[in-house]
Design a protein around this ligand. Structure first.
Ligand code: HEM
Length: 423
């Protein structure tokens, strides 16, 4: 038995992470998978790292609840952040989850997602033109600020119908709210998160009032869909008969719009940023993708597996249950480590090798089960178009200054990737 790995697994505490862990958590994840796959934390929650265990938890949404009131009460107190997170569909069980999900999913079908492709290609081209002009003027360009972070915010802005002039604060709000989900929270980060929720609520209230007076096509406009609610089938009547509409409460509507921004923003920014960084670090794989552009789909799946944007998920047990051979009492908080499961050698041979042609690739980057990501088609499309177009335009890009990784355990990505684009 490897004693260094054993020590890593023994000493692991999600609330006491080191700089070395943030730089590269994968040796720790490996040690946990091998020596303590159901790891008990000092706060008596458990941390799961095996692919099979995560899959089993995702499948059983009754025993593994997503309701976060118990966890977030002490963390946020009576605050805007508490109201926001505990009203978002992702942190709720049915029936609220089912109602909101149905409305959002109806506007993000493969058909709707495909319809966004033309606008996305144009947006990416505009950003690449602006980056090229800066590069030709001799500037170093930060790929996060100028590219990876600029795409999703526009896409979600379009989805929610936020006017162009009002989009500047969206990214900052989203980063502040998601930052407050980290396991350890300073007063400053909490205050910033609360401020962001309050400001974003005010912005959305205006939009909702406007849309209430002048609805758009509910087929394509998410905000109109969420305002109008869903038609309820009358029990015991012929298919198509309705007994009226079920509408979300005002606060459910507003908080789920905020969640949509948060869900689709940093995750997709990180997919694009992590993808460009993985390729930068592996010239052989970059060359392979440039010479075989048809590999873009499997390359995106490999980035999602290898450097999963969203590394952690959470559940709470509603009854005594066994996971990985260990009995968990009811009300046990469970952290699902997606980043570790996606490097599990059981489903992924040579899991630490980044292979853009990997197949099969049954990663859990979008979760699984009833909460599986509603926007995964859109996230994939953004990643595919952004990375393919970037490589076609700047095949010789290289780092001009060191990359800056964000110091977060839940969302894995970079704050800056300063590059020389023209080689
Ligand atoms: C690479 C990009 C993305 C990644 C890695 C990602 C990841 C995830 C994960 C892991 C979950 C499941 C959370 C859980 O089970 O607790 C989730 C849920 C969700 N995602 Fe994404 N996501 C991405 C992009 C998007 C986009 C673009 C949107 C929409 C615009 C979106 C909307 C949602 C929603 C609404 C949920 C909640 C689903 C539910 O609770 O039923 N995501 N996402």
């Amino acid at each position: 038995m490897n004693s260094a790995a054993l020590a890593l697994a023994d000493g692991f505490d999600l609330k006491q992470l080191t700089d070395a862990f943030y730089d590269d958590p994968f040796p720790t994840y490996r040690a946990l998978r091998e020596h303590a796959p159901v790891k008990r934390m000092p706060d008596s929650s458990v941390f799961l790292t095996r692919h099979a265990d995560l899959t089993a938890v995702y499948k059983d949404a009754k025993t593994f609840s997503s309701d976060k009131r118990e966890e977030f009460g002490p963390k946020y107190g009576d605050s805007a952040l508490f109201e926001h997170h505990t009203t978002s569909l992702v942190f709720n069980d049915p029936p609220l989850h089912t109602r909101v999900r149905r409305l959002i999913a109806g506007a993000l079908t493969p058909h709707h997602t495909a319809a966004m492709e033309g606008g996305l290609v144009q947006l990416v081209d505009r950003l690449l033109d602006a980056m090229q002009a800066r590069a030709e003027a001799g500037e170093t360009v930060d790929l996060i600020e100028a590219f990876a972070g600029a795409i999703p915010v526009e896409i979600i802005g379009n989805l929610l119908g936020v006017p162009e002039a009002g989009r500047a604060p969206l990214r900052g709000w989203s980063l502040a709210i998601l930052g407050a989900l980290e396991p350890v929270l300073s007063d400053e980060v909490k205050a910033r998160g609360n401020r962001a929720v309050t400001e974003m609520l005010a912005c959305l209230e205006g939009l909702v009032a406007q849309r209430g007076h002048a609805p758009l096509d509910p087929e394509t406009d998410v905000l109109t869909r969420l305002i109008q609610g869903e038609v309820i089938a009358a029990p015991g009547t012929a298919p198509g008969s309705t007994s009226g509409r079920e509408r979300l409460l005002a606060k459910e509507l507003l908080h789920n719009c905020i969640f949509l921004l948060n869900a689709g923003h940093e995750t997709t920014t990180n997919l694009i940023g992590n993808g460009l960084k993985c390729l930068l670090d592996r010239p052989d794989q970059k060359r392979r993708l440039i010479t075989q552009p048809g590999l873009i789909n499997s390359a995106i799946e490999e980035v999602l597996r290898f450097e999963s944007s969203n590394q952690l998920g959470n559940r709470i047990t509603t009854a005594e249950v066994q996971v990985g051979g260990v009995t968990l009492a009811a009300r046990t908080q469970v952290t699902l480590c997606i980043g570790a499961a996606n490097r599990d050698p059981a489903p992924f041979p040579e899991p630490d090798c980044f292979d853009i042609g990997r197949t099969p690739n049954r990663h859990l980057a979008f979760g699984s089960g009833i909460h599986q990501c509603v926007g995964m088609g859109l996230g994939r499309l953004e990643g595919r178009i952004a990375i393919a177009a970037f490589l076609a335009r700047f095949p010789e890009y290289r780092l001009a200054l060191p990359a800056v990784r964000s110091r977060r355990v839940r969302f894995r990505g970079h704050l800056a990737l300063p590059c020389s684009l023209l080689g």
